[in-house]
Design a protein around this ligand. Structure first.
Ligand code: ADP
Ligand code: MG
Length: 689
């Protein structure tokens, strides 16, 4: 069997200088070359008569060299032209500043040319790709076929690279061994890997190209899912977590003081969480629920459960405003039960911070609420039984891992309002169990969404005024804090002044990220206590803020916000029994911006919004794959190729079920690929290989 791990310098055409260019692209070995897939293909297989070509189109023609020569343009540029013709017409192939081209052609030679056809006084192709026919070739590289186009940097030439790949494929693809067993290939109708690699570079037809892509996409998903399956299995067999008793005095008293009845969804999800917490296996659960669906009370229930069992519970949130809100609400509800609640967020005085850390360390604090300050060094828990992360999409996996490492295997609950289709959730949060709250608490007044152009801004103010007159409150959100010379966007600070001038009867507050925590807290408290009618804010209120009397959300320059941000902002209203109004004020210019706004007008369903968002932004950006610690997918796309993803997932989980550590010799190649793609720690793979 050929060794594919040899240096790329063994490939014909790769000298020392080109080798170093390849190295810069991350290509070291022959194997790397084989797996450097084209970005796209161009179909240059349909050869046209010159008369049939259309100017403006990329076309492939076959013609004879009639004459050639070069001249200087007025600007001193060398222009080299070859006139070629077939039985229907003549085209001038033109190259600029490449005088050496004239040594390549002879009159009477037959050429195949591919390029964009332009019509001046005559037909022309600028710098076309060409192949000189000698009558012996059966296998074109650059034209006369479906041709690969590679993702290269400028200083690498497609033509050169294509030749390198052609040589590599012709001489080494044979050495590729297939990691998938025959039976699995048959079940999923997949071609052999070496055929797939050959054809993804130089396909004989669109059909084989499709089969080649299918195989390689499957492999990418299969490795991804096998990694996930292993990770999940390693969590599952770990029996060193905290086992919680479910019944008891504290949880009983907590249920009794709840100000409302839980929805069916909330109860179901609590049951799922209880089952996890009861077990010695550490819980590793994701809770999805749209904005306003009532995730906080579920979190609190779990926190009380852990406290009842003599543990501490922590909840980490992305903003200080949210930490403060949770702190106030939770404290108010549970301190009468004898539960000690402590907040640990950004700008505490050093002495106070030390005092609170101490309380956490000696176990005096039962429930700890904080921002990322919670995972900073110096914070240690006496006995952490449960760690919750709220608004998980605002954090990365690293932060989750760090919070987990704060204690011996605490139960983990992660909450998010970004509802994603199940398969995708199973991939992105692949090692977690998923619970879903799929209804809103009863008695909500609903939200109407409007779109006004900037010239109609007054109408938005009018809605706010009317609502304030009947006792409601309004948010008005701007994309920036301060004016800057570079943009003509309306900014929160300036608009706060202007609105205060225009509406002297209203109490208008200001909130933004540059204010001190204490100032932010004071403003939020005043808004909560209805001492402020209208809150001018930046995106700092995006997540979590819960003030049910607020019924208007005006978003200025709505085109500047992402779809999930808009949805989250709208989620700040409609939390009470009153009908609420979300007003997007915008002058959308790009197609993307128009699509986002139209999606907001079309639906309020967070699930649909997430699908739109995925469509508009693509999965890479939507999930920030990197932050999830998943290996990069080269050509597979978890949205477009959803079916392949599911098929691969099924196979992967069955495989790991049968061979927990991939120890069987049959699975050696799979294990090797896996260790290539994931880091050992990432997968808790220490036991593998
Ligand atoms: P989110 O899921 O967006 O975090 P919250 O937990 O902030 O939502 O809940 C939104 C609002 O709904 C809060 O004011 C909360 O008190 C209220 N709420 C939660 N559950 C119920 C329920 N079962 N019945 C009535 N109101 C509820
Ligand atoms: Mg919330």
């Amino acid at each position: 069997m050929k060794d594919l791990n040899i240096s790329a310098r063994f490939i014909k055409g790769v000298g020392p200088s080109r080798l170093s260019t390849l190295n810069k692209l991350g290509i070291e070995t022959v194997q790397d070359l084989l797996y450097c897939f084209p970005r796209r293909h161009e179909d240059r297989s349909r050869i046209k008569k010159i008369k049939e070509t259309r100017s403006g189109n990329f076309e492939t023609i076959k013609a004879k060299v009639l004459t050639f020569g070069d001249r200087m343009s007025k600007k001193g540029m060398n222009i080299f032209q070859v006139a070629v013709g077939d039985s229907t017409g003549v085209i001038h192939a033109t190259w600029f500043n490449q005088p050496y081209m004239k040594d390549k052609f002879k009159i009477g030679q037959e050429l195949i040319l591919y390029g964009k056809v332009e019509r001046y006084n005559y037909l022309q192709m600028n710098s076309p790709e060409y192949e000189i026919l000698t009558g012996t070739e059966e296998d074109f590289v650059h034209i006369g076929r479906i041709v690969p186009v590679y993702p290269l940097t400028e200083n690498l030439n497609q033509r050169w690279f294509r030749n390198i790949i052609k040589f590599t494929v012709d001489n080494y693809a044979d050495g590729i061994t297939d990691m998938l067993p025959f039976e699995m290939r048959r079940r999923n109708d997949l071609i052999v890997l070496k055929e797939a690699v050959r054809n993804i570079h130089f396909p004989a037809s669109e059909l084989v190209l499709k089969k080649a892509r299918e195989r390689i996409i499957f492999d990418e998903f299969f490795i991804l899912q096998t990694g996930i399956a292993l990770k999940r299995a390693s969590v599952k067999i770990d029996l060193t977590g905290c086992s919680h008793k479910l019944d008891g005095d504290l949880i009983g008293r907590f249920k009794a003081i709840l100000p409302f009845e839980l929805t069916k969804s909330q109860s179901r999800v609590i049951k799922e969480i209880e089952d996890d917490m009861k077990s010695l296996e550490p819980m590793n659960r994701l809770l999805q629920g749209d904005v306003g669906s009532g995730k906080t009370v579920v979190a609190l229930y779990a926190l009380i459960l852990t406290v009842q069992n003599g543990y501490q519970g922590a909840i980490m949130v992305p903003t200080e405003i949210l930490a403060e809100q949770h702190y106030r609400n939770i404290k108010e509800l549970v301190e009468n039960l004898g539960v000690k609640v402590v907040i640990l967020s950004g700008d505490l005085k050093e002495e106070e911070r030390r005092r609170r850390r101490h309380m956490i360390e000696i176990g005096e604090a039962d429930i700890i609420i904080g921002t990322h300050a919670l995972i900073q060094e110096g914070v240690s828990f006496k006995k952490l039984g449960l760690a919750i992360i709220d608004e998980q999409h605002k954090f990365g996996v690293m932060q989750r891992a760090m919070l987990k490492s704060k204690s011996q295997n605490p139960d983990i609950l992660v909450m998010t309002a970004t509802p994603i289709p199940r398969t995708l959730a199973l991939t992105v949060y692949g090692d977690m169990d998923v619970s879903v709250i799929d209804e809103l608490p009863p008695g909500r007044g609903g939200v109407k969404t409007f779109f006004f152009e900037e010239k109609n801004r007054e109408k938005a103010y009018k809605i706010a005024e009317e609502e304030i007159n009947i006792g409601r409150q309004a948010y008005i959100v701007y994309p920036i804090i301060d004016e800057s010379e570079k943009s003509d966007l309306r900014a929160a600070i300036k608009m706060h002044k202007e609105l205060s001038g225009n509406f002297p009867d209203l109490k208008i507050g200001l909130l933004h990220g540059r204010m001190k925590s204490r100032e932010k807290e004071a403003v939020m408290r005043d808004f909560k206590d209805q001492k402020i009618n209208m809150l001018v804010s930046t995106i700092v209120i995006e997540v979590g803020v819960d003030i049910s009397n607020a019924s208007v959300m005006i978003i200025e320059h709505a085109e500047r916000f992402g779809l999930s941000q808009l949805h989250q902002l709208r989620g700040r209203i409609g939390r009470g029994k009153h009908l609420s109004y979300c007003v997007l004020v915008s002058q959308p210019r790009t197609d993307d911006a128009k699509q986002r706004i139209s999606a907001m007008l079309k639906t309020q369903d967070g699930f649909k919004i997430a699908e739109f968002d995925l469509e508009i932004r693509g999965p890479g950006e939507f999930f920030g794959t990197r932050q999830h610690g998943l290996p990069e997918l080269k050509i597979a796309n978890i949205v477009r190729d959803r079916e392949a993803l599911e098929a691969a997932r099924k196979e992967a989980f069955e495989l790991v079920q049968k061979d927990r550590f991939l120890r069987s010799p049959d699975n050696r190649l799979i294990r090797e690929s896996l260790l290539n793609k994931f880091s050992r720690e990432d997968l808790a793979l220490a036991s593998v290989g």
